[in-house]
Ligand binder design. Structure first.
Ligand SMILES: [Zn+2]
Ligand SMILES: [Zn+2]
Length: 136
């Protein structure tokens, strides 16, 4: 049996799937019930709205979501991990996702324009020839 610190209160407890001590586990089950009760008559809610209605802490609600503990048909939105915009799946919103992709792009594109410097050089050569011809 391994010991760990309770995720909520930091007291030593037996390591488990939840890593919560018995006291906090009971509180969490309680919170789950309250949240489930609230979501029963609702189609869509944000973590903030659930928090306002039930008093359950944001991170507890997020933990429930991540663990799939909320059996509900309601669409629950939670903040994007990067910008805080409301999202309903994944960890970041679409625009942050695009940003992450575009931040990765330049490094990949450095390998592409191999022919460009050559054509620039040709233009320069033609330009200097023209200038020489003009001088003659
Ligand atoms: Zn605890
Ligand atoms: Zn975002």
């Amino acid at each position: 049996m391994k010991l760990t610190n309770c995720l909520e209160c930091g007291n030593l407890c037996v390591e488990s799937l939840t890593n919560l001590c018995p006291k906090c586990m009971r509180a969490e089950e309680d919170a789950e019930e309250r949240v489930a009760e609230y979501l029963r008559n609702i189609a869509r809610a944000s973590v903030e709205e659930i928090h306002q209605a039930t008093g359950v802490k944001h991170r507890v609600i997020l933990r429930m979501l991540k663990r799939g503990r909320l059996f509900t048909d309601a669409i629950i939105s939670y903040p994007c991990e990067t910008c805080g915009a409301p999202i309903t799946e994944g960890r970041v919103c679409n625009s942050c996702n695009r940003n992450i992709v575009s931040q990765l792009k330049p490094a990949a594109e450095e390998w592409k324009p191999e022919k460009r410097p050559e054509s620039v050089r040709k233009d320069e050569q033609m330009y200097t020839k023209d200038m020489i011809q003009q001088k003659r």
